[in-house]
Write a protein that binds this ligand. Structure first.
Ligand SMILES: Nc1nc2c(c(=O)[nH]1)N[C@H]1C(S)=C(S)[C@@H](COP(=O)(O)OP(=O)(O)OC[C@H]3O[C@@H](n4cnc5c(N)ncnc54)[C@H](O)[C@@H]3O)O[C@H]1N2
Ligand code: MOO
Length: 457
């Protein structure tokens, strides 16, 4: 009795436990699965920073420029007061009291005095920002108060200023500039009357401390694939290493007296198509070797016992012909058979067993398209579990009323057009033509009459 397809896949997932985990340098962890969640070691940003090259300002303009800071500089030691401005570079810390940042291309200055140029288009291409909001209080102290965070909007990304001719008029040390007589610049009383434009919106172009995440936040859950972006994120969050599961080691055993490994097939002899296909299907494993065997039971038993792989993948010999020795050999090795035949087309003779020492054996049928079906049904779920991958999200698409089987699950090659799967045909068990033309195999459950289906890729 063949096992239902969904149960067979789940049985393969449950057949093993994740392999051991080690702490690896970031580049070495790429492609593995996280054994523990990535948590932020600090907040990001670690302090309020500018998202633009320009001026941090407080209160309505015009403003007196009282200092400047570049990316990489420490947080300025002073607090901005209303009517004061501070030159900032993108990514540089802004002084306490900063309420917004004016991009340099939106500013004009006559020396010490800074004004917003309301005739220059802002980064959204608008002129003379009509935003009516006003305030007099201090800037928000943490990310929970931050308008962008609270509304889910995001700060516009900076664009390089087109005009870098503005020069800072204040003390380049970052200290507050002073008049020649020693009295500080920048009080409201000292400023000439402003024009009647609204002040810049509170918080604009300031990335607030902790706006992206706070120290201790879980950024990526355990079991996730360590992608290039995960590596970059981990670095940004302060990590030098990641705890990752090791990849499963796989040995392949290709059986068949009739197989050729070079040159054109001829009557009675076929080219091995499965051996060359498998390395590309083992992206989450280490292929430690491929052995070619004649149809010989003792040679197969020897290959299954002598190998040090975590998983042994056999090709062919799953059926009931005189040369199909796999089941007999596994029985002789006291293997526990977990799956012996699956209600699916193609690939129903596929097999999954566990040897007494815990290594798993996946039996792929000899027909090449059936072998691919078995890889996707049994081998990939097993490798995911061994490698610690637990977060592979299902991909689905809409599939029309293709001929379904009354009892068995069909796996058919499809291409995707938008969210629709389109069968490509050429799907006989002995032929990889359809699969080679396809983006994925659609899982067509028994009795399917059109609707959403899962795609295996
Ligand atoms: N009496 C029955 N016969 C068969 C049944 C059955 O239920 N009862 N099932 C059929 C199905 S379905 C499949 S699939 C195959 C599975 O056969 P095996 O896994 O035992 O494989 P072989 O008999 O060695 O080969 C089958 C077929 O595939 C070709 N082959 C084998 N290896 C390769 C390879 N590496 N590359 C390309 N082609 C390969 C082989 O030449 C045969 O043509 O059993 C059916 N029979
Ligand atoms: O599973 Mo077999 O490939 O249907 O012929």
């Amino acid at each position: 009795m063949n096992m239902p397809w969904t149960l067979a896949r789940q049985t393969a997932r449950d057949a093993a436990k994740p392999l051991d985990a080690t702490e690896l340098a970031l580049p070495d962890a790429l492609g593995l699965a996280l054994a523990s969640a990535v948590r932020a070691l600090t907040s990001q940003p670690t302090c309020d920073t500018s998202a633009m090259d320009g001026y941090a300002v407080a209160g309505p303009g015009p403003w007196t420029v009282v200092g400047r800071v570049a990316a990489g500089d420490p947080v300025p030691a002073l607090a901005l007061r209303p009517g004061e401005a501070f030159g900032v570079a993108t990514g540089a810390p802004v002084p306490d009291g900063s309420e917004s940042v004016l991009p340099v291309e939106r500013c004009s200055t006559d020396g010490t005095q800074l004004r917003e140029d309301h005739t220059a288009p802002d980064e959204r291409g608008r002129r003379n920002d009509p935003t009516p909001r006003r305030h007099n209080g201090p800037a928000p102290a943490n990310r929970h108060d931050h308008p962008a965070r609270a509304t889910g909007s995001h700060q516009p990304e900076p664009s390089p200023p087109s005009d870098r001719t503005l020069r800072w008029e204040a003390d380049p040390s970052g200290n507050r500039a002073a008049r020649r007589d020693g009295t500080p610049l920048g009080s409201h009383e000292a400023s000439p009357p402003d024009d009647h434009h609204e002040p810049p919106p509170l918080g604009r172009h300031i990335r607030r401390r902790g706006e992206d995440w706070s120290a201790g936040d879980e950024l990526i859950p355990a079991g996730s694939l360590i992608s290039p972006a995960v590596v970059g994120l981990a670095a940004a969050a302060g990590h030098d290493t990641l705890l990752a599961h090791r990849r499963p080691r796989v040995a392949v055993i290709v059986t068949g007296d009739e197989l050729l490994h070079t040159g054109p097939p001829r009557p009675g002899r076929v080219r091995d198509a499965i051996g060359p296909m498998l390395p590309g299907l083992l992206t989450r494993a280490d292929l430690i070797g491929t052995t070619h065997l004649r149809d010989d039971a003792s040679a197969l038993a020897e290959a299954l016992t002598s190998d040090q792989a975590d998983v042994l993948v056999t090709c062919g010999a799953t059926s009931v012909g005189p040369a199909d020795h796999l089941r007999t050999v596994l029985s002789g090795l006291d293997a526990e058979i977990l799956v012996s035949g699956v209600a699916c087309r193609p690939g129903h003779p596929m097999l999954l067993a566990v040897l007494p020492d815990g290594r798993c054996v996946v039996g792929l049928p000899g027909n090449p398209f059936a072998a691919l079906a078995a890889v996707l049904t049994l081998l990939h779920p097993l490798l995911d579990t061994l490698g610690g991958h637990t977060t592979r999200p299902p991909i689905t698409a809409w599939l029309g009323d293709v001929p379904a089987h009354p009892r068995d699950t069909r796996l058919i090659p499809v291409t995707r057009s938008g969210n629709t799967a389109v069968p490509v045909g050429h799907d006989r068990p002995g032929s990889l033509w359809g699969a080679a033309l396809a983006d994925a195999l659609a899982v067509v459950p028994p009795g399917h009459q059109g609707g959403e289906v899962e795609l295996l890729a």
